[in-house]
Write a protein that binds this ligand. Structure first.
Ligand code: PGA
Length: 244
C-alpha cells in the first residue's frame, strides 16, 4: 500500500470530550506514526473542534468538519461558518452526506454553494454522493450519481468525492469490489470531461471495517475510505490503520 491514501473518520454525533481524547491518544501512538502514505483525518462534532484542534496540533492527525454554512457570516441562527472552522485549523470538510440530505434537506444546489465557500477558503471538500437501494436494483444508479455530480460539483482544480451508497451506510452491506471500481472510474471520467477537474480523489464509504478495508482499497482502486461506525471503535480503527 505505497500510494497516498485518505482515511477519514466521520464521528457523526458521537463521542464526548473524554471519549474523543482517549481515542485520539491511541491514534497518535508511536507505532502508527510511521505510515506517511496514510493521511488520517478526524471529523468530530462542532463543539469538540476547538479542543481537538489543540490536542492534535503536533500530531499526524488532520482536522476535518462535518458541515458548514454557505455564507461567510450573518443572521443564520444555529449555523457555523467556514471561516471559524478555518481558524481552528480545519483542513477538510464533509459536504452532502446522505444523513444531511435526509434529515436537514441539504439539496444538490445547497451542497454546491457549500463546496464553493469551502474551496474559496482552501478547505478541501469531501463531497458525498450515493444512490438509494431502488436505483441500484433497477440499474439506474449511474443516472442518479450523474445528477448529483452535475448539480453539486462546480468547476475547480481539485476535488475529493466519497462514493457512499445509501443502502450501505451503517447496514453491514457493501457493494462488490468491482462495483466500487466501476463507480470510482466513472466519477473520475465524468468530472474530468464535464467539469474539467484535474485532480480527483475518490473515497469509498459505507460499512467499512477492518475485515474489508484492504480489499476495498486494493481491488476497487479507491484513494481511501470514509468511515463511520468503525471509526468510533478503538480496536477497529487502530486495526484498519495498522493493516493498511
Ligand atoms: P458507516 O458510515 O461506516 O457507519 O457505514 C459511513 C458514513 O456515513 O460516512
Amino acid at each position: 500500500m505505497a500510494q497516498n491514501k485518505l482515511i477519514v473518520s466521520n464521528w457523526k454525533m458521537n463521542l464526548n470530550l473524554s471519549e474523543s481524547k482517549k481515542l485520539i491518544h491511541k491514534l497518535t501512538k508511536s507505532t502508527l506514526k510511521k505510515k506517511h502514505y496514510l493521511k488520517k483525518i478526524i471529523c468530530p462534532q462542532f463543539l469538540l473542534i476547538p479542543n481537538i484542534s489543540s490536542i492534535i496540533k503536533d500530531t499526524n492527525l488532520v482536522l476535518g468538519a462535518q458541515n458548514c454554512h454557505y455564507e461567510k457570516e450573518g443572521a443564520f441562527t444555529g449555523e457555523s461558518s467556514i471561516e471559524l472552522l478555518k481558524s481552528f485549523n480545519c483542513k477538510y470538510i464533509i459536504l452532502g452526506h446522505s444523513e444531511r440530505r435526509l434529515f436537514t434537506a441539504d439539496s444538490n444546489s445547497l451542497v454546491r454553494k457549500k463546496i464553493k465557500i469551502a474551496l474559496s477558503t482552501k478547505i478541501k471538500p469531501i463531497v458525498c454522493i450515493g444512490e438509494p437501494l431502488e436505483f441500484r436494483k433497477n440499474k439506474d444508479y449511474l443516472k442518479f450519481l450523474d445528477k448529483q455530480l452535475n448539480e453539486c460539483i462546480p468547476e475547480c482544480n481539485e476535488i475529493i468525492v466519497a462514493y457512499e451508497p445509501i443502502w450501505s451506510i451503517g447496514t453491514g452491506l457493501v457493494p462488490k469490489f468491482e462495483e466500487i471500481f466501476e463507480i470510482q472510474n466513472y466519477i473520475k471520467n465524468f468530472l474530468k470531461k464535464k467539469k474539467f477537474i484535474k485532480k480527483i480523489s475518490v473515497l469509498y464509504g459505507g460499512s467499512v471495517s477492518s475485515n474489508n478495508i484492504v480489499n476495498i482499497i486494493e481491488e476497487s482502486e479507491v484513494d481511501g475510505a470514509l468511515i463511520g461506525g468503525a471509526s468510533l471503535v478503538e480496536k477497529e480503527i487502530l486495526k484498519i490503520i495498522s493493516i493498511l
